[in-house]
Design a protein around this ligand. Sequence first.
Ligand SMILES: *Cc1c(COP(=O)(O)O)cnc(C)c1O
Length: 456
Amino acid sequence: MPRSMHEYSGETDALADDIVAYARWRTKLDPIPLDHPRTEDELRRLCGPTVTPDGIGGERALELFADVLAPSCLSVDYSRYLSFVPAAPTEAAVLFDLVVGAFSIYGGSWIEGAGAVYAENEALRWLADLCGLPPSAGGVFVPGGTIGNLSALVGARGAAEARLAALGRQRPARWAFLVSATAHSSVPSAAAVMDADVIAVETKPDRRLRGDAVAAAIDLHGDRVAGVVATAGSTNLGIVDDLASIGTVCRERGVFFHVDAAYGGAGLAAPSARHLFAGIDGADSVIIDPHKWLFAPFDCCALLWRDPGRGRAVHAQHAGYLSFLDAYGDWNPSDFAIHLTRRARGLPFWFSLATHGTDAYARAVEVTLDLAAQARRRIDAADHLRLVWEPGLSIVVFERIGWDAEQYQARTEKMMDDGTAFVVPSRHDGRPVFRFCFVNPRTTVDDIDLIIGALR
Ligand SMILES: *Cc1c(COP(=O)(O)O)cnc(C)c1O
């Protein structure tokens, strides 16, 4: 009779030592290598069969992970990984993630996960306070900005439906969201899931969405408008829309105002950047991804509702088998987004915040903003590079003078192959550009110089 796989044996104990030692080794690793993807064929050849009737054993599976699989994943916390939006979780957050996994906490309801939900709410409260949202605001940690935006837009539509019904007006044949041209790809994707349109509202050359343009668009599209989505830190350029004037217009016209601060919201923690977000306190919902610029491991997006009832109205699930939970009218995180079962994914973020304090977060975000300022100076000084946009938050976009798209691609691959950096081309106005996104306080000015040198 083989041992039950739910029994803690001597073998399990040995495996526990190895796993904890391995996790500790990775957490300590310095410098962190970039590593490199492999093809599926290569991985199959190197691993052999892994899922078999008898199992290959924990030691062998761990060895395969350590020797083959882990090095075949790019290290997003590598100091010269500056593409997309990287991540740089704190040691405290990473280590606590192990604990969260060990506990099998159900984070969907208060009665099952009270302690975890309480702690997550403490972390959400810090973010709500940074935004200036009222004490009654609250929300939930969801997997990412994509689900956060979708959940918020469903809430916006619910609010629009309620408003039209109260006025005795028909709901439109098709809803539309007013967005800035810089809106993240997840916004049109959310609208498509909802069978709604997105209408990009005109902006001035600085590409910031403003209240007057939003007012004109609301007047033009009338009852079709389910909500307005402003971006606070666009993904490509770091642009923050004019939240104050947009919020005023939305309030005057009774239109739901969502702020997508998935990347940029961390800037609220930095005294030097906070003014850029003036007016975010007028939002009906906000998303901020701690897994981007607030040093939490994947996956972790904070979705905040000014009025959590708006979220509950559209997202709470009802069924006989859930009625027990309804009897406890407490705070059930499941009610505030599109999900039911959920990992208490905000706990690593909470643990790190509790460990280090919010001042340490302010300092770390300032460090990355300063890296962007230093990079900008070095790009200005480099005769082979040209800044293409005044840096927004921690994003610096520039061109390599004289290169076509193929040259951008070839140099990117070379830098990835030799482990110099992970800096991939982006596009700006149809042209290839390079883009640095600083979220890792471990990045140094020497790292920046090394990359600038590698782009000669
Ligand atoms: C990254 C990003 C998203 C999507 O977030 P995920 O966590 O990747 O799903 C949405 N909006 C903005 C502005 C982003 O930068």
